[in-house]
Design a protein around this ligand. Structure first.
Ligand SMILES: NC(=O)c1ccc[n+]([C@@H]2O[C@H](COP(=O)([O-])OP(=O)(O)OC[C@H]3O[C@@H](n4cnc5c(N)ncnc54)[C@H](O)[C@@H]3O)[C@@H](O)[C@H]2O)c1
Length: 341
């Protein structure tokens, strides 16, 4: 890899001004040595709102940001169907890229991204913030250190944000709850337990009109058999929410439990839609979901202060997508899907 010039501050262009862009903007308030300086979104009002709130410059298009030599990196906070093409274009324009998950919506596109990453000397990182969310890195280190002995099984319950836009449900644009949201946990279980052998999924469109319209699930249970023998079972929901995220891991010599909504927090769901504070409320939660950690790491890696060992490669992001595509196919076809070794 070519030497990357060291600068004092990484200047980032934010691509997309929707819901996750707000989370990234908040995270950058805590980032050293990196700043978002410009935003673009075809929905002008959305870009203008972020520009006003955060003092970012406005750019008419993604291409204008790519052509601007003063921008070091782009943060892709755009719908899933754009990720592969925008990542490839940005790498080819010489930008470092932070791309939200998933890497793409098809394996062919994911492979094109992997090829572009391999041909580039720029850094490419994906939005798998769970690798930065306490206590998951600590758990990963303990499992790698064999502290629970030989691992047997894991179970997770995952409550994803209800989609803000219809594209999330569309298999061609968002991919549905498995490709869009469970992919975080696809990456997590591959990181914790190694490559997968086969996957079985049950689920359906239980509640959300968008899911019913596009025939994609809003709730699913995905069971993965890893090559190591570990069985991981994951419940993912866009509608329910038993807590926010829980993970139990069982081994021959012990077990571990993670509950990202810390036990001391009031965990309250308000269904009364006439109130302002409907939905899940965590008034006293210590809210560290890894969003600042992943951006600090991205910036410091560009500056040569981190070696990249804490994040997955483009190939790892492709493997997480491959697992989720297999999980979706299992649901669609009604049988277990074997993964290529
Ligand atoms: N890591 C997480 O926890 C997390 C959470 C939510 C969403 N996401 C991911 O973030 C991405 C965006 O999700 P969201 O919830 O913000 O969606 P959103 O629909 O709220 O926002 C997407 C924005 O991208 C804009 N956009 C569309 N085409 C564009 C283009 N060519 N150039 C620039 N902007 C463009 C849209 O106008 C919209 O404002 C998705 O990939 C999603 O999977 C990640």
């Amino acid at each position: 890899m070519a030497t990357i010039p060291r600068k004092d501050t990484v200047r980032v262009g934010l691509i997309g001004a929707g819901r996750i862009a707000q989370v990234h903007a908040a995270a950058y308030q805590r980032i050293a040595r990196g700043e978002i300086v410009v935003v673009t979104d075809p929905v002008i009002a959305a870009a203008e709102r972020m520009s006003t709130e955060h003092g970012y410059a406005l750019s008419p298009t993604f291409q204008d940001i790519l052509a601007d030599d003063s921008i070091d990196a782009v943060l892709l906070a755009t719908p899933n169907f754009l990720h592969a093409e925008q990542t490839i274009q940005a790498l080819e324009a010489g930008k470092h890229v932070f791309c939200q998950k998933p890497i793409a919506l098809t394996l062919e596109d994911a492979n094109r991204v992997v090829d572009a990453a391999n041909a580039s000397d720029r850094h490419l990182q994906f939005g798998f913030m769970l690798r930065f969310t306490p206590p998951l890195p600590q758990l990963q280190a303990r499992l790698a250190n064999n502290e629970l002995g030989s691992l047997i099984a894991a179970q997770a319950a995952v409550f994803g944000w209800e989609p803000s836009n219809e594209w999330f449900y569309d298999p061609k644009n968002g991919g549905g709850v498995i490709l869009d949201t469970l992919v975080h946990f696809g990456d997590l279980v591959l990181w914790l337990f190694g490559p997968a052998d086969r996957v079985t999924t049950e689920g359906g469109a239980y509640k959300l009109e968008g899911a019913k319209k596009f025939g994609s699930p809003d709730n699913a249970v995905v069971t993965v058999r890893h090559r190591s023998g570990v069985i991981s079972s994951m419940y993912v929901s866009w509608t329910a929410g038993r807590g926010n995220f829980t993970l139990d891991v069982f081994g021959n010599d012990g077990s571990a439990t993670v509950d990202l909504v810390h036990s001391q927090a009031l965990n309250l769901h308000i269904a009364d839609k006439s109130r302002d504070d409907v939905g899940w409320q965590y008034p006293d939660l210590l809210w560290d979901y890894g969003y600042a950690g992943e951006q600090q790491y991205f910036v410091d890696r560009i500056l040569g202060r981190e070696d990249g060992s804490r994040v997955g490669s483009a190939g790892d992001a492709r493997d997480a997508l491959a697992l989720m595509l297999a999980a979706q196919r299992s649901l669609d076809d009604g049988h277990t899907v074997e993964l290529a070794s």
